[in-house]
Design a protein around this ligand. Structure first.
Ligand SMILES: *Cc1c(COP(=O)(O)O)cnc(C)c1O
Length: 353
């Protein structure tokens, strides 16, 4: 199947036979195997698939101190024909290496990332839940492993892929607070990279919002908190007066989501006008006051499309009837149909294993 066969050591004590697929929670359960590769002396080596297990790290490892770590999130599905398919992994591969460059980490060759992912999924394919909407979550990541406390790019790294079954991710409509103090990403910073530090830094403002009864925050620009950027760990889309508007990527503060990019293409094909541009909180509030702010939803791999039922700007509360979110629902259906093989995959987004 591959020009680069990767050695496989089978897990002699698989836990799949004892695993209850009815109890899958996102991010909690992992399959019986993982892929590992080491970077040393300027080259990737020791690429192998082996039993999923903890591993040792020197306490001085660079990743533990200075946060040189990046990741991706991808999903594989069993479609209606029983085939195993992955949604646009080539886009994640490209983004992974964009993140690597920003974090001064080595890029990962395509065969390790893509072939490695396919071969690993093939070994663990029986872990893909056979249920509508369920999937296998794929988490490639890389860490800096130099045992050295000097601040400089590490010379050694570990690249790994782990997999976990993921149930039908029901995302309840969210209550969102527009962030007016804290920042997820700054121009010139690392917001466009999927590096660990971005997520560590986002926890505090989100917990503060949780304490006030909100599920997540709508991130705004770092300088004036006027331009909207993302919602939680998802890209965000607005429908104002029938038009779809999503923040542009220009400032480097919005992550280039694969779901976002796919949604823009599909929505345009479905006949909607889509604008990628700066969108201010003032414009949103004015649209709400005029009664033309119709929908707001997040888009990302984990929940695909997540509707917002309430958006708060300080004391000003905007409520939405999610049952009337026609565009969010149509988009979710379209993406689901393509992934499940119900609709023709015109763009060749689904990669078969
Ligand atoms: C991963 C991520 C997204 C969504 O990207 P997808 O490729 O669609 O999964 C959006 N925003 C942030 C901050 C993310 O980390």
């Amino acid at each position: 199947m591959s020009s680069h066969p990767i050695p496989v050591t089978k897990n002699s004590q698989p836990h799949l036979p004892n695993f209850n697929m009815d109890e899958i929670a996102f991010g909690k359960h992992f399959t019986d195997h993982m892929l590992v590769a080491d970077y040393e002396n300027g080259a990737w080596k020791n690429v192998e698939i082996k039993p999923y297990s903890p591993f040792t790290l020197d306490p001085s490892s660079a990743v533990l101190h200075y946060g040189q770590t990046i990741f991706e999130g991808i999903k594989a599905y069993k479609n209606d024909k029983g085939e195993v398919v992955i949604f646009r992994p080539d886009q994640n591969f490209i983004r992974f290496n964009v993140s690597a460059e920003r974090m001064q980490m080595p890029t990962v060759p395509e065969w390790i990332f893509m072939e490695g992912m396919k071969q690993l999924i093939n070994v663990d394919k029986d872990w893909i839940p056979n249920k509508p909407d369920a999937s296998l979550y794929i988490r490639p990541f890389m860490i800096a492993t130099d045992p050295f406390l000097g601040v400089r790019p590490s010379l050694t790294y570990k690249f790994m892929i782990i997999l976990g079954p993921s149930g039908a991710y029901f995302s309840a409509p969210m209550k969102i607070a527009i962030e007016q103090k804290y920042t997820r990403a700054t121009p010139g910073g690392v917001g466009f990279a999927k590096n660990g530090g971005n997520y560590g830094a986002s926890l505090y403002p989100v917990v503060l919002a949780n304490e006030k009864g909100y599920d997540q925050v709508l991130w705004t620009d770092a300088i004036e908190h006027k331009l909207v950027e993302e919602v939680g760990m998802m890209n965000v889309m607005f429908v104002i007066d029938g038009k779809v508007i999503t923040p542009s990527l220009e400032r480097g503060t919005v992550l280039k989501g694969v779901t976002r990019g796919s949604a823009i293409i599909l929505l345009r094909e479905m006949g909607y006008e889509v604008e990628e541009r700066n969108l201010s909180v003032d414009e949103i509030v004015a649209a709400h006051k005029k009664g033309v702010f119709q929908e707001i939803f997040g888009v990302g791999t984990a929940a695909v499309v997540s509707m917002v039922k309430q958006l708060a700007h300080g004391e000003y509360i905007m409520d939405f009837d999610v049952d009337k979110m026609k565009i969010a629902k149509a988009l979710k259906q379209e993406l689901n149909d393509i992934r499940m093989g119900v609709k023709e995959d015109k763009h060749h987004w689904m990669v078969k294993i």
